[in-house]
Design a protein around this ligand. Sequence first.
Ligand code: CA
Length: 721
Amino acid sequence: MRKLVMSLCVATGALVSGCDTTARSADATEAPSVIGAAAVNTERLLNADSEPGSWLSAARTYDEQRFSPLDQINDTNVKALGLSWYADIDTERGQESTPIIVDGVMYLTTAWSMVKAYDIYTRAKLWEYDPDVTKNKAADACCDVVNRGVAAWNGKIYLGTLDGRLVALDGKTGKVIWDKQTTDINLPYTITGVPRIVKGKVIIGNGGAEYRVRGYVTAYDSETGEQLWRWYTVPGDPSKPYEQPELAEAAKTWKGDFYWQIGGGGTVWDGMAYDADLDTIYVGTGNGNPWNQAIRSPGGGDNLYLSSIVALDPNTGKYKWHYQTTPGETWDYTATQPIMLADLNYPEGKRRVVMQAPKNGFFYVLDAKDGKLLSAEKFAPLTWASHVDMATGRPVEYPEARYEITGKPVIIKPGALGMHNWHPMAFSQDTGLVYIPVQIAAASYAGPKEFKLNLQGTNTGTDFSGGAALCAAPGAQCGNLETYILAWDPVKAKEVWRIKNDIYGSTGILATSGNLIFSGNHKGEFNAYNATTGEKLWTAPTQARVVAAPSTYMVDGRQEVAILVGARGLPEGQIRTNAYSANNSRLLVFRAGGAAALPTAMPAVDPARLGVTIDPPLLTASNETVFAGEQAYAANCALCHGPNAVPGAGSIAPDLRYSGLLPIRNGWNPTVRDGDRAQRGMPAFGATLPVETTDAILAYVIKRANDEKAEQEAAVKKAAN
Ligand code: CA
């Protein structure tokens, strides 16, 4: 039995948690007998609805609907919700994980694949784990050093690390039980996704398709870490036997002999779901490597199994069926986005379906049993295809979208970040609606003047500045346009309503039986909306951008909602208030009557004492801009300033990461473009590079400076321990 009287203000190691003074109920009916038991098994996962006070896996159930049956907080009383407590997070990179709540403990991951465990009763941090990922690994992560969460099983907590390890920790102590490298450490593989556990098998994929890797998904024994099966998403070296029989079929859809030498892509970096009745695990696969199909597979072909939803037998890894969303993909249109299962009520009866809203902008509903396409409608105004032909299941493309064939740059929607990315969507079993964080962006695609394999960075096979003239034309729409929460009827395959965000940026979503959806935004708010109408019912400040999805659970008979906040940059006008995180990364926990408050000032910290010598501005540019800057840097700057913005022994020019011009675009461009420092040996690049390109180089150098800062901070932290 838990003791019921506990301090409400708890110092959690070096970091102080905030707290409120609300009285807590003495009813501890859901209190577990062993805190931190992490005693998750198949029965508990299949019967998750019988313990709605827990949140046993990242998306709560095997269906991955992110729908909670809890309704104590509902559309009539949500206004009473207040901050109950918070905990500072000690990194300033993106925070993407959904906390899980198992046997009295909340487990979450932060940037750099670190895990933290909090007692939900005392709010004390029980333990934390840092896998000590080498900070240079950031160079292999397209989209920040993020992690989307842990899995619990049989006393253990599992996570994938940015450097490709699968780690099992003791749920009570955080001690490492086993630690297994799942990738070739010499290749730019990363892991940011959540492990899934089916009948004692831990299933994990990886990322890196922009670089030069071959995608696969692997199952490991939960107790020993022994590899049980591996399924490759694309064919490998044709001189060797196919690892799986279906790869012989897949190989017929590829051309040339370049793709397998650089991996081909197709990484399984996020979406998965499991159906116990069909005993099938569904995994989403990523884009081709490089993106440009004319380089990857000259002459075309579908390039199986890129950009597909694939059904596998979780016991053996054997292929069951697949549906390819974007045959011959050439725009970074992954189908790794969240996958969910549901029983949909069609007029002709109930049907068990797989649903996905991948990057390409179509909402797919497939029969869970055989993969039959039931519907594929545009959930956003995409411009690369007119529709999906229901007879063939294939998109009907606009020919001009294939820049690699026409040889002409083109602006299309969506760009590489997609109409929907990794940000979790939710499905309410009460309203029958799917809530999708939609992002509308247009981008120009163009083939490169010349393709050279880059062993140190991305290989997209596109020229990000090739469409600059198109984007500069009057009336052209390029870049980030808008984001909104879309309420989508998956049976009728149409929009019901949308909630527009004031500030561009996507955020994960939770739906509850309280007729509510919860979601943060990039303005610095955490909000609750009426799940039926979309009406905004409640808001709380987060002091940080929010990208992650929340979870909800019960403590002492009271419902709480937890959200991890913090992403690139701070909301406009927000000052830093977390001494350990420049983007105010925190865990925030809300309950009815919660009366805690976030700090209003930055605690005093002496940077010299911290031992960090670099102080770059926050990176606010998009990933696409950073990619473009990386390419342009390699072509124009690396010879003098060093590869990857790090001067080597032979470099003749200064370390740009420490440049005082980084925060001053109006100083950067005159120097880089106009020859303001020509007398000191810095030539003017204005004649050869458009301003978009020198801006992108600035963004890339800022990213590299932040990588260095993270490295220094980690070293300081390590020295202090
Ligand atoms: Ca990609």
